[in-house]
Write a new protein. Structure first.
Lengths: 298, 298, 298, 298
């Protein structure tokens, strides 16, 4: 059961060349269709002249029935964390280098967006992670992430030492450069470059990828999406690592801090054109079509 | 809700030093408890003198209410494929090198087995894969696997070329040495040495690990446990790969053969002593307790 | 100091579509330049009509002062092993999928080959490995390889067990699917897909890459090109692995066989057009120009 | 040709439990042998009571004919960078977790050190890297490293973008978390946890290991030890990475900075007891003796 969208919210990466052009093109196209359009305030200020009404990122969700993000996957991550609370569907138009999430190209904008607005689209649920940082048992910071929460070294490049528990069961104490906790959505991003597996987006699972672990047998572990992950930073007074949410928000940590990561209760509604195929995106982004190696036997 | 077991089936690896001793020890222990015991025929013939009734592997399940396997994980894999149809619980006693599945050591046999027989145990469900090979649309062979189904080069060491589809959607055509399709149970066996992730045993997922892929960006993919996997061997007349089930049964393949892999409808009931902890087994088998690398900064 | 070549030997992959066309084009081009041309016998028989004199692969080297190979890297490997004894320079024209060794494309054939014949070329020395198999201290078989010598499972897919020594010092006993022993030339072929590093072709080194090792901490080791490598197949009577040379020649092994691998005394003289750059080839073959991953932070 | 050592310099990790005890034990042992001993100033101040003459780290080399380092590999790295200029041999006694470089255990101290002092030892040459940082063509900083020089993200966790050239030839522009440039000595340290190969210590080679590269086909490259490596930080004004020497000294970098890395002209003279075997150390440190994986076929 799909919707016909009437009120469109626009969200774009500020200061990215080309984004402003695409936003204007989109605005003209939506107005020609006599649809209501609201532009996120900062997005509007980055456009050369924007004659549409604007509103803040926080209120965009309550006014619109779909959000279109123009930019790269990073822009969509950014929008997703703000929008997920209101469960508004999101559609991405790719202006960045690559797009696992933003899968409409500017040159097919009118066709594809037109189709989606007419109710011809696929909707996927993508879950986010919620991360809480506790210091002395008090909540210090909280954030969520569509791709990944990453524990990493702060400004001093020192190995981190921490303990990991899953659902209250001790898993290991690890010395490493950090730990990537990734959703299926994030499994094709940072986690992949760290040696993690690709998780199909419909999988209810989370992957933990150790970064440069001291112990060579430390390997990526895939666990249930509903598992509760706890990390305790070692009491060593010289380690002040950080925690990042989608690589966009950062929290400074201290020894003994406790991080609790679990599934965020609300899911992102991600919209794709009708002809979207996940494996086709993988093939295209990872150049699977091309044979890369020197032939061995030929 | 646990059971009290009354009739125990014994199954052991033939010709493994030490297995016969452990079987005799077990037999004495079970008789002292006045329990009914039936020994699998081939197992009995490998024991120096076996005075218990025997029956074939196929009928063991219908006579007993629990099977105890003495050997390594390989022996348990072997038993599991025979027993799964009858859904009899299985307990493993480790005589081999390592045991992710067989987690009782001979020296703790009486304590641990005693506890289990008294109903103090944990029961896990582990799913198996079912693999069917079709030639010209006719079913040529079928098998199942608790660990993994592996497509690999046959006697000529040539790169294999095949196409992969999941739920009817084309994923890729690949040139490689083969493909490992592993359950969570198998994820700590062959798949792990091929670079696959560890999947928690309760995860309803399957991992596909390309073996020495020609394309460097081919990476392990984790998909839903209920997905239907199809592999079509390329029409190249020189490729005659093989398919193995748990590395124990083998099928010769030919060009154009179609392999269909999906979850086997019945699950293995795997029994552990009450103090079994999955992550503890991982830590112990993978030496996570030990720091293996030279300290970088120290 | 470069040569002007007067007598050209032609060598091509039999039965590869397009190779015959390129050979004819090359023949016309060389005749127009009034150069002597001899075609390898099997190559000639695969050409639709070949009016040039022919000779066997073994004698080609003694008659010509340069060999041009038309095909893929596999064809050049094939030629290289035959020609190395005579130290005739070799030039490759790429008709296969990829070419680390055959770096002239058919469409630039006349320009590039013309330049090379005029003495405008780069010459590289590439070393080969020599592998000897001893059974009961008698030499059973011998071969050489420009890319790699690979110990692998034979027709039964069983883990191999063997011992490795370098310069007489015991290194490890390993259980795995096999071992790749690769030259720098082969480091971008099979070895790379097995997780081996890229070795610059001028490096006097050999890399040993374990295949699916049982022990997760078994990693590629790079040793001196002059080191003597010895492998002893375990005495287990069920293991009959094989040894391959460039994936093109195969030797059946038996328990207790001893394999001795060392540098072959003569080197291949590999010729490139003047504008050849190694790192450019790498960039192009491995798609380094392209960004493959989803942006993390953007 | 070995030396008999007369004047021993002592160097230890300050504040490491156990180091002080071992230093005192060593001091008593050396005095009983009537040898001259000088203790490095900071080391002496960390000992509970040190009645031997002391001198600064910089002058230790000019007074002594051998330096004994007590600590872990980190302490030896620290000493090595100070001592290499004077080419004094160094012997390591391991008090840390692991020791590829410090291979005498405290409990065998008297035997092994005694042997070495009597001239029964092996001497290895280990080369160091020299790294220079240029800003606007002026030398900003310089350092050397026995293990590795690492380009990494500074306090903001952002992907770094840089260009790499070897011997003046462009290799690639890379987006990643950084780059490890490791000697053979460092190949078993940080580089190994980043997926780099093990390089035999006598190899005249350097390995470049990309850290979490954006491009999945970026792989470790092994080049000649005499190659000149140049890295240019991208002109993007938001990237301020860092450079570390053995993880112990750090330089802040800015956009457009140029880093030149080449072999340091003087080599470390590393001393081992007579029975030292490199592959034995590898086997022991990497647990190669132990089979870590679940048996596949058994």
């Amino acid at each position: 059961m799909t919707q016909h969208f009437k009120h469109i919210g626009l969200f774009g990466k500020h200061s990215h060349p080309g984004v402003s052009d695409t936003l204007h093109q989109l605005l003209r196209f939506l107005k020609a269709r006599e649809l209501a359009v609201t532009v996120e305030t900062e997005t509007a200020s980055a456009m050369t002249r924007c004659d549409a009404p604007t509103c803040s990122r926080e209120h965009l969700g309550s006014q619109c029935d779909v959000i279109i993000v123009v930019g790269g996957d990073g822009s969509l991550l950014n929008a997703a964390r703000a929008i997920t609370h209101q469960q508004i569907p999101v559609l991405g138009i790719n202006r960045g280098r690559l797009g696992f999430l933003t899968d409409i190209r500017p040159n097919e904008l009118e066709n594809k967006v037109g189709e989606v607005l007419d109710g011809h689209y696929l909707e996927e649920k993508r879950f986010l992670l919620d991360g809480q940082v506790f210091r002395d048992d008090k909540l210090l910071a909280e954030g969520n992430a569509l791709n990944d929460i990453v524990l990493y070294q702060g400004d001093v490049a020192r190995m981190i030492e921490f303990e990991l528990a899953i659902n209250g069961e001790f898993v290991y104490s690890q010395r490493s450069d950090g730990l990537i906790i990734s959703t299926p959505t994030g499994s094709t991003a940072y986690s992949l470059s760290g040696g993690g597996p690709i998780l199909h987006p419909e999988l209810d699972a989370v992957v933990l990828v150790p970064m440069f672990p001291h112990t060579l047998t430390s390997r990526p572990i895939v666990i249930n999406g509903n598992d509760k992950i706890e990390i305790i930073i070692a009491a060593d007074k010289e380690t002040y690592p950080r925690l990042s949410f989608d690589g966009q928000q950062h929290v400074n940590l201290a020894p003994n801090d406790r991080i609790v990561i679990s599934k965020f209760p609300k899911q992102l509604r991600l919209i794709h054109p009708k002809d979207y195929r996940y494996y086709e995106t993988l093939r295209s982004k990872l150049h699977w079509g091309t044979k890369l190696l020197a032939t061995h036997t030929e």
